[in-house]
Design a protein around this ligand. Structure first.
Ligand SMILES: *[C@@H]1O[C@H](CO)[C@@H](O)[C@H](O)[C@H]1NC(C)=O
Ligand SMILES: *[C@@H]1O[C@H](CO)[C@@H](O)[C@H](O)[C@H]1NC(C)=O
Ligand SMILES: *[C@@H]1O[C@H](CO)[C@@H](O)[C@H](O)[C@H]1NC(C)=O
Ligand SMILES: *[C@@H]1O[C@H](CO)[C@@H](O)[C@H](O)[C@H]1NC(C)=O
Ligand SMILES: *[C@@H]1O[C@H](CO)[C@@H](O)[C@H](O)[C@H]1NC(C)=O
Ligand SMILES: *[C@@H]1O[C@H](CO)[C@@H](O)[C@H](O)[C@H]1NC(C)=O
Ligand SMILES: *[C@@H]1O[C@H](CO)[C@@H](O)[C@H](O)[C@H]1NC(C)=O
Length: 764
């Protein structure tokens, strides 16, 4: 499953309610066939038509029926990615996977979607940082998401010239999507399988969810003053590269995003001429060429386009990170220096500080207070948990006009919206206080006056209710309060990764908690279909919100260095990132190199670059063979890439990654690792860099050579990092975190984290 990396479980609940109604379809042969993606590597120079013809022939051979082949084919890709999608039986898919010219065949799955103070927080205070506006306005960021609302003030194109000359994309209008403009220069939608969509929604890039409008405006929204969610977080909202252009590729429908649609969108976006691609979507970790995002991003990388992806919201457990290919930039979510507090005051004068996005101001001084238990309408032996105000357990007569206190009860681990606001609203309650089982920093929009309180505060409220005859309470409108930042969000997915154990993921972190950004006029604020309130801006959380910050940062770096490769841009952002001081033991497994610092990233001093050929060598070492490589580089004149020349083994040997990582199984306690790296001088004049290392007690980190002198820009130097010592389990547990930093004493600090993970230790 691919998911939008946004942390609102409730949206997904709503989706299931709507979607199940459309799934009762007759069972015939065509229904037993399932969509499979047949990936064939790099597109040939043939026209799209020839590619389609070739796909048809291949399919006919596998199925043994020419007209059936025509009937079951769903997509033919051929702009930059070669491949097609067809409804197949498993044996047909298997047969196709053995055909010449086929890299992989995999079943189509659904993935899911996993401001604005945030840019000031990152040091990009409006009009106070360097920008390269003319070049920035020539940068096009492609966003694969839920579509966009062009009418949002964030996408006002006043003062923008026509689209950059290189732009070759389309603006497909229709069904609630009426126009593009000089800010949102392109829009298209991808949804080959129309089943399961309500009328009219299937043929449009209109954003019915708000997610795509939110992420797009975080990247490139223009400055809008007095932006807020009903007054909450009031301030100026803007994107990181407000002069850049947006191209929308709608691939998610009801928050699910199909592999085959995403691949079609990548094929189009790359050939349309975008410069950066932002994908706040993910799913389970799969081998690179069975993962549409990894495949799409690979072809993008070949054309100089960096793809940024969300790391996922399944943290804080280890081994949860997704989007693992070394050619994507994988982004974790951290907090901002503010949170949203919703104060509850009780009749006895006690207050509790909760968290939520409560847009409602009280109209009375106090309201009668009850609890789910006291408002229960369940007879003995009845079904449900009134304690936690479950649907159908409360009596309207006992709730009407009152504030209801609910324990989270059975919803263990669920810290998102838990639905009680909707239940109590339907029973005409005045408000709801929900006790959380686990602390959270994530503020959730509520349908009526509501606050989520932590465990101790909840107990306090419950005691008050038990000890008072006529308990009373009032919930105030949410206000913004300062807090220490950044810290990594608990939902943000953690490494280590399972596909390439020598590449550290996530790569980097960016703000993703409680982000204010533009919202779609067609979207529901809480996700409930019966929430009819409209807002121009809304607050959302998730690595979905972090990814567009990193995409904008990449566009920002590109506006100063238009000729840099995707790997060089990523290196600049990683080596200048700010490491986080956080609680817990996951260290770099949660934030990678640290929080993006775009202003530093435009002058990184040195970069760790990775050419396409280096990625191919990496793939050989990961076990792919020359046949596959030949398909991946088909249009290259060399047309031959001999994997046999590269010993199979851990792929990162030779991959010049800006962080250093190994998952090791040590039978004894000895640690001995070497990393080889090459840096290129991207500073201006001659410079001398000295290696500074940091290592925990018991380990030595040695850099050879310790000093590197560069005469001129563009010069390259090799070095190696040797790590030796003893693994002290009492202090290191399963994780050792160290770093190497190149310092030129003139303001360039080029930092690489080193993280060793002991996979045999069954850590956590
Ligand atoms: C346009 O959006 C409105 C509001 O969501 C919806 O009721 C209507 O069906 C949509 N029309 C089309 C053609 O999608
Ligand atoms: C937001 O702030 C602006 C400027 O400080 C102010 O004029 C405006 O009334 C505020 N809006 C809300 C909804 O609080
Ligand atoms: C209470 O439950 C009974 C059935 O158990 C139902 O008939 C009645 O409508 C409920 N009352 C309220 C106020 O929801
Ligand atoms: C309040 O009373 C209910 C019902 O007797 C009980 O379950 C709950 O634990 C009490 N709350 C506290 C804080 O003691
Ligand atoms: C493909 O060709 C380009 C330019 O000729 C070259 O830079 C690149 O290294 C080649 N790729 C491979 C894998 O050989
Ligand atoms: C290369 O790998 C593919 C897929 O694993 C396999 O089908 C093919 O036979 C291999 N080719 C060679 C020459 O080993
Ligand atoms: C370490 O050992 C475990 C258990 O035997 C195995 O699953 C894992 O793949 C090994 N990891 C490495 C990096 O060798």
């Amino acid at each position: 499953m691919m998911v939008l990396h946004q942390r609102l479980l409730l949206f997904i609940l709503c989706f299931y309610l709507v979607n199940t109604a459309f799934k009762a379809v007759a069972e015939d042969e065509n229904n037993q066939r399932k969509p499979y993606i047949v990936y064939m590597g790099e597109a040939t120079e043939n026209s799209h038509v020839e590619a389609a013809e070739n796909h048809h022939n291949l399919l006919s051979t596998a199925i043994g029926d020419e007209s059936k082949a025509r009937e079951v084919k769903m997509y033919s890709y051929g702009k930059v990615i070669n491949g097609f999608v067809a409804r197949l039986f498993p044996h047909e898919a298997e047969k196709l996977s053995r055909q010449e010219g086929v890299v992989s065949v995999f079943k189509n799955t659904q993935r899911q979607l996993h401001t604005t103070r945030s840019w000031d927080f990152l040091g990009m205070v409006e009009s106070k940082y360097k920008r390269s506006v003319a070049i920035e306005s020539n940068i096009i960021v492609g966003v694969l998401d839920t579509g966009i609302d062009v009418d949002s003030p964030s996408f006002d194109d006043k003062g923008f010239g026509p689209p950059p000359a290189k732009w070759k994309g389309k603006c497909v209008t229709g069904n609630n999507f009426t126009r593009c403009n000089n800010k949102v220069i392109g829009a298209n939608y991808f949804h080959i399988d129309k089943e399961g969509l309500p009328d009219g929604r299937g043929d449009s890039a209109a954003d019915y969810d708000g997610h795509g409008t939110h992420t797009s405006s975080t990247i490139a929204g223009v400055s809008v003053s007095s932006a807020s969610l009903f007054g909450i977080a009031n301030g100026t909202a803007r994107g990181g590269v407000p002069s850049a252009r947006i191209a929308t590729y709608k691939v998610c429908w009801f928050l699910e995003c199909s592999d085959m649609d995403m691949l079609a969108a990548f094929d189009e976006a790359i050939s349309d001429g975008v410069d950066i691609i932002s994908v706040s979507i993910g799913g389970s970790s799969l081998p690179f060429f069975e993962d549409p995002i990894a495949i799409g991003a690979f072809h993008a990388m070949k054309r100089g386009i960096l793809t940024t992806c969300s790391a996922g919201n399944t943290g804080p457990g280890l081994f949860t990170v997704s989007n693992l290919a070394p050619w994507v930039m994988t982004v974790a979510a951290n907090s901002l220096d503010r949170k949203f507090e919703t104060v509850v005051k009780l009749g006895n004068g006690l207050t509790a500080s909760g968290i939520s996005l409560n847009a409602f101001s009280p109209t009375k001084k106090m309201y009668p207070l009850t609890s789910g238990l006291l408002a229960s309408n369940i007879s003995a032996g009845g079904y449900g948990e009134p304690n936690s105000c479950e649907s159908g357990t409360l009596g309207e007569d006992k709730v009407i006009g009152k504030v209801v206190y609910c324990e989270a009860g059975r919803q263990e681990g669920v810290t998102g919206s838990s639905g009680q606001d909707h239940i109590v609203r339907n029973l005409k309650g005045a408000g709801v206080i929900i006790q959380l089982l686990e602390p959270t920093e994530m503020a959730t929009s509520t349908l009526i006056s509501a606050s989520y309180v932590f465990f101790e505060d909840g107990t306090k409220i419950s005691e008050y209710i038990n000890s008072t005859k006529n308990p009373q309470a009032v919930i105030f409108k949410t206000k913004t309060v300062k807090m220490l930042a950044p810290s990594i969000s608990s939902f943000s997915a953690r490494g280590p990764q399972r596909i390439s154990p020598s590449i550290l993921k996530p790569d980097i972190s960016a703000p993703g908690l409680n982000i204010l950004a533009a919202y779609s006029k067609l979207g529901s604020i809480t996700g409930y279909p019966d929430d009819t309130r409209k807002t121009l801006f809304s607050i959302m959380s998730g690595t979905s919100m972090a990814c567009p910050h990193a995409a904008a940062a990449a566009a920002y770096v590109k506006s100063f260095h238009p000729d840099w490769s995707p790997a060089a841009i990523k290196s600049a952002l990683m080596t200048t990132a700010t490491p986080m001081r956080i609680k817990g033991d996951e260290a770099e497994l949660s934030y990678g190199s640290g929080q993006i610092n775009p202003r530093r990233a435009i002058h990184p001093g040195l970069v760790y670059d990775i050419a396409e050929s280096a990625y191919l060598r990496f793939l050989c070492k990961e076990g792919y063979n020359s046949t596959t490589m030949g398909l991946l580089i088909r249009n290259n004149n060399t047309n031959e890439f001999k994997c046999e020349n590269f010993k199979r083994g851990l792929g990162s040997d030779g991959l010049n990654y800006p962080s250093m990582h190994k998952q090791v199984n040590t039978t004894d306690t000895k640690v001995s690792e070497i990393f080889y790296r090459t840096v290129r001088n991207v500073g201006y004049g001659p410079s001398t860099y000295v290696a500074k290392v940091w290592a925990p007690k018991g380990l030595t980190v040695e850099v050879v050579p310790k000093v590197m002198s560069f005469e001129k820009p563009g010069e390259k130097m090799n070095f190696k990092v040797l790590i030796n010592g003893v693994w002290d389990e009492t202090t290191m547990k399963g994780i050792v975190s160290a770093s190497v930093e190149w310092d030129d004493s003139r303001g360039h600090l080029v930092r690489s984290p080193i993280l060793l993970f002991r996979s045999d230790k069954n850590y956590r």
